[in-house]
Structures are given as C-alpha cells and as structure tokens.
Design a binder for this molecule. Structure first.
Ligand SMILES: Cc1cc2nc3c(=O)[nH]c(=O)nc-3n(C[C@H](O)[C@H](O)[C@H](O)COP(=O)(O)O)c2cc1C
Length: 307
C-alpha cells in the first residue's frame, strides 16, 4: 500500500511526502512542542508557525474565542522571527524524517522576497508555504490574497528568491478563489494550500464589546469545513498543480472528503487543540480505509468526485 505523494512535481528537486497528512501552520508550533506526545516523524510533513522577518509578540488579548463548532483567533502572527528560526529550529529539523515546511508572512512584497531568500539553502527546511492572507501595507491594508495580481506578484517574487519548492496558501475571504488560484499557479507556485481562516467575530455580552482584543479574527475548525471543501473542489478543477486541503479536518473521513474533491494532501489544524495527535489519527484512519477498500495507492482516491 502506498500513501506517498509528490507535492511539487514541476520542481527540480520536488517535495516527496511519505503520506498526505500534514499539520496546519500556527496550530502545531515548530513541531518540537509535540514530539514528546506522539511520533511526529510519521506525519507527511510539518508546517511551522507563520514566520516574519522580525520577532512578533502578536495581538492584544483575548486572542481566542470558541464558537459553535469552531474557533476564532487573532493571534497576530506571534513568532520568534526568521533569524531565530534558522538558528534554533532548523538544526533540529535537519535530523527529522518528516520534512518541515516554513510558513512565511510579510507586510510588503519585499518582506516575502527577503524571507524566501534567507531560507534558501537552510538545512532542515524542505519547502516554503506563503501565507498571502496578510495585509499589504503599501496597498491600504488589503490582503495580498484577495487580488489576483498581488497574489501572483508575491508568488513570482518568492519563486525568484528561492530554489525551494513553494506552496501558496490561499485566503477564503474572496469571491474569486478560482481566479486567484489560476493566477498563483501561472506565477509558478509548485502547489496551492487552502483555506486559511474565514473572517469572523464574537461579542462579550457583559462588556457589550467585541470578545477578541482586535474585534475581528479568523474562524477555523469544523464550522468552516464545507466552505473549505467547496473551495478545494473549485480550485482543483482549474489548476494543474497539487492542491492541499485544509479547514476543519478532524477525522480521516474529513480528510478523505478533501482527497475525493481533488486534494493531494491535507492539513490538520484546530483539531490538534482538542486532540494533539489528531494528524496521526487522521493518517491511521486513511490507512485503515485503504486497507478495507483494497486501495493500493492513495493517488487512486484523488479527485474521484470530479470524474
Ligand atoms: C491559532 C491559529 C493560528 C494560525 N496561524 C496561522 C499562521 O501563522 N499562518 C497561516 O498561514 N495560517 C495560520 N492559521 C490557519 C490554519 O493554518 C488553517 O489554515 C485554518 O485554521 C483552517 O484549518 P483548521 O480548521 O484545520 O484549523 C492559524 C490558525 C489558528 C487556529
């Protein structure tokens, strides 16, 4: 039985995963925090926290709020910064069997170029995932990923700055996800991951104010799964690069739905907050399903709902 998957088939070195289950950025720290809880090396890949040029303390508290079947967050990219990541985390990752993908976030195109350039050739870093759900401060704060031109520009800039495979992570906060996916693919992305969180908010009734310190935040968890699944289905129909599904995946059944919609791999995020070994449970469930159904190769399942 083979679960291995090539996530960057157009890239010279490629990004070969032993299986399709990854962690989602910002929900699994740097991986190191979880290595004592289960054998994280069994995972297909680990995507680390969103990383910026400078260290960030993140947004004011409260930064988390539970909602019906979901979670609102406004962490604000709290992270140690690219220099500390390269110095302290990458040497640990270099000895791991599971590839580590570094998620990057910028406020300008130049930030993304510099981040990608600094990661190039760093042992322990297998690929870059570009978070384009960040506000473009030179364009009035609109998210890079809500406009096909700026999404393509970030993609092309990162590709030019690194020899690593580049995954571009789309925001669902747009009405033209297919157009953005096409623009990103044409700009040279090796794979597309989607979705990031949906914009949302909650109120603190006694205070009569928004619950989150930043008023609005990003919604994740099972509440967003149908939206994510639809967007993966849509995007897989318009690009010829691998698509990585993310959004509310909690069980192997969830993951299988995304794979049938056209995803070559999946990311497990919010589910790890209630069950840290959720990514491994998802993987084991996929294996059991394949065994039961007599499926020898995972690729047989990808996009079956589209045929
Ligand atoms: C607390 C938290 C922090 C996150 N941080 C990041 C981040 O730094 N970069 C990023 O691209 N996505 C980030 N995300 C989005 C997730 O990676 C994922 O796209 C989203 O939560 C949907 O998947 P899920 O429902 O499985 O969590 C974060 C999500 C949560 C809940």
């Amino acid at each position: 039985m083979s679960l291995s998957i090539q996530l960057a088939p157009k890239h010279q070195r490629g990004l070969l995963l032993a299986n399709p289950v990854m962690t989602a950025s910002g929900t699994f720290g740097y991986g190191t925090e979880y290595s004592h809880l289960f054998d994280i090396q069994k995972l297909g890949a680990i995507v680390c926290k969103g990383t910026t040029l400078e260290p960030r303390d993140g947004n004011p508290q409260p930064r988390l709020a539970e909602t019906a079947c979901g979670l609102l967050n406004s962490i604000g990219l709290q992270n140690i910064g690219i220099k500390a990541l390269i110095k302290e985390k990458a040497p640990i990752w270099a000895s791991w069997r599971a590839p580590v993908i570094v998620n990057i976030a910028g406020e300008t195109i130049e930030d993304y170029a510099q981040l990608a350039g600094e990661l190039d050739g760093v042992a322990g870093v297998s690929a870059i995932e570009v978070n384009i759900s960040c506000p473009n401060i030179k364009a009035g704060g609109a998210e890079f990923g809500t406009n096909p031109e700026s999404a393509a520009k970030v993609t092309a800039t990162v590709k030019a700055a690194t020899s690593l495979p580049v995954l571009v992570k789309l925001t669902p906060n747009t009405n033209n996800i297919a157009e953005i996916a096409r623009a990103v693919a044409e700009a040279g992305a090796d794979a597309i991951s989607l979705i990031n969180t949906l914009k949302g908010m909650a109120m603190d009734i006694p205070k009569r104010r928004p619950l989150l310190g930043t008023a609005t935040g990003g919604l994740s968890g099972p509440a967003i799964k149908p939206v994510a699944l639809y967007m993966v289905y849509e995007v897989a129909g318009v690009v010829d690069i691998p698509v990585i599904g993310c959004g509310g995946i909690t069980t192997a059944s969830d993951a299988l739905e995304f794979i049938m919609a056209g995803a070559s791999a999946v990311q497990v995020g919010t589910a790890t907050f209630t069950n840290p070994r959720a990514p491994l449970d998802v993987l084991e469930g996929i294996e059991q399903f394949m065994e039961k159904e007599g499926i020898d190769n995972l690729t047989e399942l990808i996009g079956t709902a589209r045929q």
